[in-house]
Design a protein around this ligand. Structure first.
Ligand SMILES: CC(C)(COP(=O)(O)OP(=O)(O)OC[C@H]1O[C@@H](n2cnc3c(N)ncnc32)[C@H](O)[C@@H]1OP(=O)(O)O)[C@@H](O)C(=O)NCCC(=O)NCCS
Length: 195
């Protein structure tokens, strides 16, 4: 079967990201952040986060847990989940491996959602979230955590994630960025969900 086309506001094709997508993602992510986070963070905060907090985590692509949304063959959004410990950030400056989580007792992560500004608020983030949550549950997790930007918080709140704590991330340029840790637990015990 080919990639799914999900009909909502904006029909896009959601497919797993490939290593060959990385150059496009390295353009999309800063463009999305500079535009869609402008109402939430200062230019200094956004520039301080680009490349480190906002960057490609190629481990997610290698794991097959990162998705892209395509429209007419062009990547217009990305986002995914993780079965590993890191809560946020690209892997450019990561020292060593990112250890695997235990699905029986640890929450999966939602990671790195970025939509092209021309395609914002058209339901693409929602489609990527649905794909990510479904895949994380299929992998055996029954809770999910996110360290979200303030720009991302309304999307995740609309999926039922609740705020656990707010804290600042110290950035490479010395500024800091307030973020929010959010979580969601599923009611179905894993044994039931597995049938
Ligand atoms: C956050 C982001 C991924 C949302 O993607 P999106 O495709 O625009 O979101 P959707 O259109 O799927 O929105 C789904 C729901 O989320 C909520 N939502 C999304 N963006 C919102 C906003 N700017 N203000 C208020 N609610 C918002 C709404 O409930 C929306 O449903 P509605 O449009 O029917 O009201 C996008 O704004 C983005 O890329 N931001 C910059 C990067 C970033 O900060 N990413 C989050 C990293 S944790």
């Amino acid at each position: 079967m080919g990639p799914r086309v999900q009909e909502t506001h904006m029909p896009v094709t959601i497919r797993l990201a490939r290593a060959g997508d990385i150059p496009s993602l390295e353009v999309l992510i800063p463009h999305s952040a500079r535009s869609l986070q402008a109402g939430y963070y200062s230019p200094e905060q956004i520039e301080g986060a680009i490349g480190t907090v906002f960057g490609v985590d190629s481990q997610l692509i290698a794991d097959g847990t990162y998705f892209v949304a395509e429209r007419d063959g062009r990547i217009v959004g990305c986002g995914g989940w993780s079965k590993r410990q890191a809560l946020y950030g690209g892997n450019r400056d990561r020292a060593g491996a990112d250890p695997l989580l235990n699905p029986a007792c640890e929450p999966a992560r939602i990671r790195a959602f970025f939509i092209h500004p021309d395609f914002a608020r058209l339901g693409i983030g929602r489609q990527l979230m649905t794909s990510s949550e479904t895949a994380a549950l299929q992998a055996g997790f029954n809770s999910i955590e996110i360290v979200a930007t303030l720009a991302g918080e309304p999307l995740y709140a609309s999926f039922g994630y609740v705020v656990i704590e707010r804290f600042p991330i110290v950035l490479a340029n010395g500024s800091s960025m307030p973020v929010v840790r959010m979580a969601k637990a599923y009611e179905e015990p894993r044994s039931k969900a597995e049938g």
